[in-house]
Design a protein around this ligand. Structure first.
Ligand code: DMJ
Length: 611
């Protein structure tokens, strides 16, 4: 068969194919002499010439390919970001007997994906190099110049999502769908009445969810939320807000979104919010008032009593310090550091603090309850995390934390009579009460991070024991969901370990237990923590999911027939609970590495400063 010739006739489009044993015309003289020369060559000479031609052709292709790669890429930023999170490309086949544990096939697939991950990481860094030059925040009055915004430290997240992570992402989408449809722009969704509820009117669910969407790779949702923040998040608002809640959810959410996306809009909003919250610190003692009007700047104690809550005034430090770090303006850090200095100067019982402190006198309320639950909890969490935030440079904070954990070991840790479950009780007017809030279940995670950073091995041991108890608070209930408060039986070995009073049977979709399971899995690699987390997730799916969109807190974890929807989806379900579940099921220890990030008490990751 001889070559194909294309007819060049101007008006007729056809291809003429000649099939013949003879050539259509005789070869030219020049071609004949080439052939004679070729025939005269030895076999070796012919082989060498062929080799040279092949090498030449390959080099040509290589150079052409390099030139092509130099050409500019015209994809838009959003689709570039999508390349960073190729969620839907790889489906893991999970070993059902050990959910979360990959089969060999998955491991092989993962090792191939590692390479893709590297390419995507490079691409991501390029994108952010470009963005870095665009995002500059001016702090005219105080910082006196441009503050260079760092490239976001979003390492990890390039690995394919596991099947369990995908299930959590679906849950997030379901929650978001309900919120978007019935409560968009409001603080929270009422999923049963398909309506909205407002607390501060700051779109809490949107801001609390920003970083969750980012790490889950839900970039369309993120962009939509970002547009809302840009156009509709109005901070000059005639509303009284709680300093602590606004700081951990909104300020923390904005700062974290800024770090992940490197989008200066979030830092601008964070700074405006920080400024509007600052009047809280204008108290005689420098212990902040609990509330402030965002428009008038009028700050005051809570409506229900004279005192500020101790955990509230001591759990705003990570966020305000980070705001100073990013804006170059020291005033935010100074305000919250003064609070810590003052609290550190007050007398304590074995490092443990009462739950109320007065903003005028600066004194603890005499006889107030000592608890690691409501109103006490995150004081202990932030002692450790502030120490970590500044690269373990403030030993005083670490020492306070260690003293407090020793105080807990001595005064608050007890075991149940039947099965020896360890729990943390409370001191009420000096007497021990075997009551533990679900809120206390953040503690195993905090203890595990402390141990990871060099603190005593007994901290990890206690963490494991308490995590087991927290899980038991779920497993013992007919719905598989924990009550808000449990009482532990320390006297009668014939009675169950856990008792729940009728007033305490509700579940608010809280994150603390899955938070601790995430830390413990990340730091020990023990599959058990994932298995427990998966069971909890399935119970949320079964008893709190509302058809059509959203999840609802429930009234009774004891009643499988009628768990009684309370018609409220707390913003922390999207900001914390689903985020920690997503992280728990991640195979990638670099996804928000615990050596690079510290999570605020609302699960918003903030970078650890380099010393
Ligand atoms: C969240 O707002 C925070 O985790 C806070 O520290 C405690 N309460 C809720 C979640 O339960």
């Amino acid at each position: 068969m001889y070559p194909v010739y294309y007819d060049s006739a101007p008006r007729r489009d056809f291809i003429s194919v000649m099939v013949s044993k003879e050539p259509p015309e005789p070869p030219s003289k020049r071609r004949q002499s080439c052939r004679r020369m070729w025939n005269r060559l030895s076999r070796l000479q012919r082989t060498i010439i062929c080799a040279i031609l092949v090498v030449g052709a390959m080099s040509g292709l290589y150079i052409a390919n390099g030139l092509m790669n130099e050409l500019p890429d015209d994809k838009d930023t959003l689709s570039q970001r999508h390349q960073v999170f190729p969620n839907d490309n790889v489906v893991h086949v999970m070993d059902q007997r050990h959910p979360g544990k990959d089969t060999e096939a998955n491991q092989r697939r993962d090792s191939n994906n590692d390479k893709d991950g590297e390419d995507q990481k490079l691409h991501f860094e390029q994108v952010n190099e470009e963005k870095k030059t665009k995002v500059q925040i001016k702090d005219g009055a105080d910082a006196g110049g441009d503050v260079q915004v760092p490239v976001p430290n979003m390492e990890g997240g390039m690995a394919a999502q596991t099947a369990q992570q995908k299930a959590v992402v679906e849950a997030f989408k379901h929650a978001w769908k309900g919120y978007k449809q019935y409560a968009w722009g409001h603080d929270e969704l009422k999923p049963i009445s398909k309506a909205a509820s407002d607390w501060f009117g700051l779109g809490l669910t949107i801001v609390d969810s920003l970083d969750t969407m980012w790490i889950m790779g839900l970039m369309e949702e993120f962009e939509e939320a970002r547009r809302w923040v840009e156009k509709d998040l109005v901070l000059k608002k005639n509303v009284d807000v709680n300093l602590f809640e606004t700081t951990i959810r909104v300020l923390g959410g904005l700062l974290s979104a800024f770090h992940l996306s490197n989008d200066g809009l979030f830092l601008e909003k964070a700074r405006e919010l920080g400024d509007r919250l600052m009047p809280c610190f204008n108290s005689p003692s420098k212990i902040p008032y609990s509330d402030v009007n965002l428009d008038t700047g009028k700050a005051h104690p809570p409506r229900w009593g004279p005192d500020s809550t101790t955990s509230e005034v001591t759990s705003i430090q990570l966020e305000f310090r980070e705001l100073s770090h990013q804006t170059g303006n020291d005033k935010y850090k100074k305000a919250v550091d003064e609070v810590m200095d003052h609290i550190q100067s007050l007398p304590k019982e074995n490092g443990l603090i009462p739950i109320f402190v007065n903003a005028r006198s600066g004194q603890f309320r005499a006889g107030a309850t000592i608890t690691v639950g409501a109103r006490g909890d995150s004081y202990y969490e932030y002692l450790l995390k502030q120490w970590l935030q500044t690269g373990k440079s403030e030993d005083k904070l670490r020492d306070e934390y260690v003293a407090a954990i020793e105080g807990m070991q001595k005064n608050l840790v007890r075991s149940t009579a039947a099965n020896g479950l360890k729990f943390i009780g409370e001191l009420v007017r000096g007497s021990f009460s075997p009551k533990m809030d679900h809120l206390v279940c953040f503690l195993p995670g905090t203890l595990a991070i402390g141990h990871h950073n060099g603190l005593d091995p007994s901290h990890l041991e206690l963490a494991k024991e308490l995590a087991k108890t927290c899980y038991q608070m779920y497993a013992d209930m007919p719905t598989g969901l924990s009550p808000e408060i449990a009482y532990f039986n320390i006297q009668n070995p014939g009675k169950p370990d856990i008792e729940v009073k009728n007033a305490d049977t509700h579940n608010l979709l809280r994150p603390e237990t899955v938070e601790s399971l995430f830390y413990l899995y990340r730091l020990t690699g023990d599959q058990q923590y994932r298995d427990w987390g998966w069971k909890i997730f399935q119970a949320f799916e079964k008893y709190t999911k509302v058809p059509g969109g959203g999840y609802s807190s429930i009234g009774s974890v004891k009643d499988t027939k009628n768990p009684r929807f309370r018609d409220k989806m707390e913003s922390f379900f999207l900001g914390e609970t689903l985020k920690y579940l997503f992280l728990l099921f991640s195979d990638d220890p670099n996804l928000l590495s615990l050596d690079k990030y510290v999570f605020n008490t609302e699960a918003h990751p903030l970078p650890i400063w380099r010393p």
